[in-house]
Write a protein that binds this ligand. Structure first.
Ligand code: ZN
Length: 433
């Protein structure tokens, strides 16, 4: 089902006309109401009237995460504080948190976008959505909640954690859609398996997973173990939580709600705007947000945009699966790679689980990369010979894929820490002094 056919199946021509008029409006509002933008535009010599075509967007200066941190907490609000009805924030584990404020109108649009995403996964007003994203300042829980309510579906606000209870509710309430991070979904699947459940014993039909990087290989495992179709969803605190983009049943890229968010791809180094199909950094602009509109936000997420019409009938621009972030690319022994490339390599080998950790150290000024990988219970045995061969096979596969030699340590099933939210995949203990 297409939740909003008028918006999601609009002709490109009409969409671009709409985007331009919304852009003109939001850029003007930002300039007039937010001192940060006034200063930024003035310093860059950009005038609101300079925006006459969509190509002119490239003249507008970017907004970065640092800008948002400096504005902490409410420096980028474009409306009086009393018009803000909900606030979200990043955890701030890597620095000053980033805050976002939503007006009543913003929450309606968030609900609309999240409802479109749920519909893409097959959700209807009859669905029972087990929402296992964390509720709180994190946008995951509330974003899906707003969408489920807009749709008129039943939301089961589990939040993350308390896995026994999650499984009990899943069975007793017969939830048909599960929403959480892919790493928590993996843990739920494992826990079901351990208790002797088969996919047909539960009612789940679809999963909507996001908030962290994952791979096609992990998707196949989740679909098989939970008996679902697994859909990617995209959102970010700075722009809007889950629902900015999501995958339809074709699962060939995430449809961006481009009547609310204007997407661009840039070369992260030259900052030049790249065309459709080119891989680069995603830049997003809020077209309709009132509380805290963000103009040309550099997401640091690496992806490409697709304009071809999707077989599902939607005409919205799609973004490829995010394969990494410009700032979490690892450089080991001079080779650059994303942790997701390691995951792809690992999961191409049968018998491995998506539970792994990459440890990078630098004893004696040389990078050493050790990957701890859990084997499946069936594979784990005391037969050291078999395990040695498996370790060698994994090291070889990774060497073929990214060109560096790594040490593999197979560990017992369930010995790596489990995450109820975002998984910690990389531990970089190198000292660069
Ligand atoms: Zn589609």
């Amino acid at each position: 089902m297409i939740w909003n056919e008028d918006a999601e199946c609009m002709s490109r021509e009409k969409k671009e006309e709409l985007q331009l008029s919304l852009l003109k409006k939001v850029v003007k509002t930002a300039y007039e109401n937010v001192p940060f933008y006034r200063e930024k535009f003035d310093n860059a010599g950009f005038k609101v009237e300079d925006l006459q075509t969509l190509e002119d967007v490239s003249k507008i200066p970017f907004t970065t995460k640092d800008d948002l941190r400096k504005a902490y907490p409410f420096g980028l609000f474009a409306v009086p504080e009393d018009e803000i009805v909900e606030i979200h924030s990043t955890s701030g584990t890597t620095g000053t948190p980033v805050v976002s404020g939503y007006t009543k109108g913003d929450l309606e649009i968030w609900g609309e976008c999240a409802a479109r995403a749920i519909a893409m996964a097959g959700g209807t007003s009859k669905s029972k959505i087990q929402n296992s994203y964390g509720y709180g300042l994190f946008t995951g829980g509330f974003g899906i909640d707003h969408g489920a309510k807009t749709m008129g579906a039943t939301v089961i606000p589990m939040s993350s954690g308390n896995t026994d209870r999650q499984l009990k509710m899943m069975e007793d309430f017969q939830s048909d859609i599960i929403t959480c991070t892919p790493s928590y979904a993996t843990y739920l699947a494992e826990s079901l398996e351990k208790r002797g459940y088969k996919p047909e014993d539960i009612s789940l039909k679809a999963g909507i997973f996001g908030a962290e990087m994952w791979t096609e290989e992990m998707r196949s495992q989740l679909e098989e173990k939970l008996g679902i179709t697994a859909h990617n969803i995209y959102g970010l605190t700075e722009i809007m939580g889950p629902g900015v983009a999501a995958e339809c049943i074709e699962r060939n890229g995430q449809h961006i709600q481009d009547d609310h968010f204007y997407p661009e791809i840039i070369d992260p180094k030259t900052e030049e705007v790249l065309g459709f199909g080119k891989k680069g950094e995603l830049v997003l602009t809020n077209l309709t947000k009132e509380g805290m509109p963000i103009i040309r936000f550099r997401t640091k997420d690496v992806t490409a945009l697709r304009e071809e019409k999707c077989p599902c009938g939607r005409t919205t621009v799609r973004m490829d699966r995010v394969t990494g972030r410009t700032d979490d690319m690892l450089k080991v022994k001079g080779v650059m790679f994303f942790p997701s490339q390691i995951e792809e390599a690992l999961l191409s080998i049968t018998g491995l689980t998506p539970n792994y950790q990459i440890h990078v150290t630098r004893p004696k000024h040389l990078d050493v990369i050790e990957i701890k990988v859990e084997t499946s219970p069936e594979l784990f045995s005391d037969e050291m010979k078999g395990l040695d061969a498996l370790e060698a096979n994994i090291a070889h596969t990774i060497h073929n894929k990214i060109g560096i030699r790594v040490n593999i340590t197979l560990v017992e099933p369930e010995s790596l820490p489990r995450s109820e939210g975002k998984a910690v995949r990389v531990i970089d203990e190198r000292n660069f002094d």
